[in-house]
Design a protein. Structure first.
Length: 353
């Protein structure tokens, strides 16, 4: 499949116009579009514009709210709870960051939990907003309506991949950690299944609990599952991480897997930390810079050119794709072109050469 590049600004324009044409308020559409494009810029091409057509379908099905504001359910200064009312997840997360930043400066840290958000897209897409302000962000989410990951030792799905992300400022390139508590994600599993391909490692279980490389096990009857991080031997680590994410999201929100499913969405946890309120920003940077130097200068093992920090590749990809255009995964342009044609929106031309 040929990979074509597209102007980031044109993709942003197209995505915004599509969401508005589908009925979303312009303010919300602008933020959602920017977040999806940011995901692709950072190289997370299963959680960027690959989500736009599914989001449009959610709008058409009436399962994503298109306007309004979240409801404040609890506010104790440094801790808040919102009901997201099924509003677009990217807009809710950005509203949350704007709400938390001044409180983190005042209290040292501030936490927001959101119940009944719609899907929040790529977690890494939010981290720079914090690190560029010298703040550290911890962000996690779960989808109480979906289960595809088995607990360690089990064969029946109990969790989503339950991602957690951390944006850590340094004096140079920030650390942008975006991981899940499962070996692979639902998005990548669906992409490989559609292409008739398999993973390079056994990261799934079939319905009988046998390790498998085939993502098609998720669509079997009865379905298989995704293994927690650590796999068959060490999956207790991913299992433990998933339990932490479930407690931070569904537990603190008071809304999760114990409640009737509402459809594709998210329960969200986010905390902003201001290093100045602790040992000070200078001391924080001294420690993170030392870690960065120790890791990047670490002798690489055979087959590895150099050690890179989480975020190094993403920031390099963002710089390159901002200059040269976003290299969309070959499955994405046709999906977006179909949506654009249906709503009378101009899809951008690929960049030559």
């Amino acid at each position: 499949m040929t990979i074509q590049r597209y102007s980031a600004s044109e993709l942003n324009r197209c995505a915004t116009e599509l969401l508005v044409a589908a009925g979303m308020d312009a303010e919300l559409a602008t933020v959602v579009a920017q977040t999806l494009v940011e995901g692709d810029l950072l190289g997370h091409d299963t959680h960027g514009l690959a989500l736009l057509a599914p989001y449009i379908k959610e709008i058409e099905n009436g399962t994503m709210a298109l306007s309004g504001t979240p409801a404040l359910l609890s506010d104790r200064g440094a801790s808040l709870l919102w009901d997201g009312k099924r509003l677009p997840g990217p807009w809710l997360v950005h509203q949350g960051l704007a709400t938390l930043a001044p409180r983190a400066r005042e209290f040292g840290s501030a936490t927001l939990v959101i119940r009944r958000s719609h899907h929040i897209a790529c977690l890494a897409a939010y981290l720079l907003r914090a690190t560029e302000q010298g703040l550290m962000l911890v962000l996690a989410c779960s989808d109480p309506a979906v289960a595809s990951v088995a607990p360690h030792g089990g064969t029946r799905a109990a969790f989503t991949p339950d991602p957690i992300a951390v944006g850590i400022p340094t004096s140079g390139t920030p650390f942008l950690v975006d991981i899940s508590s499962s070996i692979v994600t639902n998005g990548m599993s669906a992409r490989l299944h559609k292409a008739g391909e398999q993973f390079d490692q056994e990261c799934m279980l079939d319905a009988d609990g046998r390790p498998s490389r085939d993502p098609a096990v998720l669509a079997s009857d009865p379905p298989g599952t995704i293994l927690p991080l650590g796999g068959v031997q060490s999956g207790h680590k991913g299992f433990g991480l998933a339990l932490m994410v479930e407690a931070l999201t569904g537990g603190l929100a008071g809304h999760g897997r114990a409640d009737p499913p509402l459809g594709w969405g998210a329960t969200v946890f986010m905390t902003l930390y201001d290093p100045e309120a602790f040992a000070g920003t200078g001391e924080f940077m001294r420690q993170t810079d030392w870690i960065a130097d120790a890791c990047r200068s670490n002798p690489p093992r055979p087959g590895i050119s150099s050690v890179r920090m989480p975020g190094d590749r993403g920031m390099a990809a963002k710089d390159e794709q901002t200059r040269l255009g976003i290299a969309l995964h070959p499955t994405i342009p046709s999906m977006l072109q179909d949506c654009a044609k249906r709503y009378g929106v101009a899809f951008p031309q690929a960049i030559d050469g």
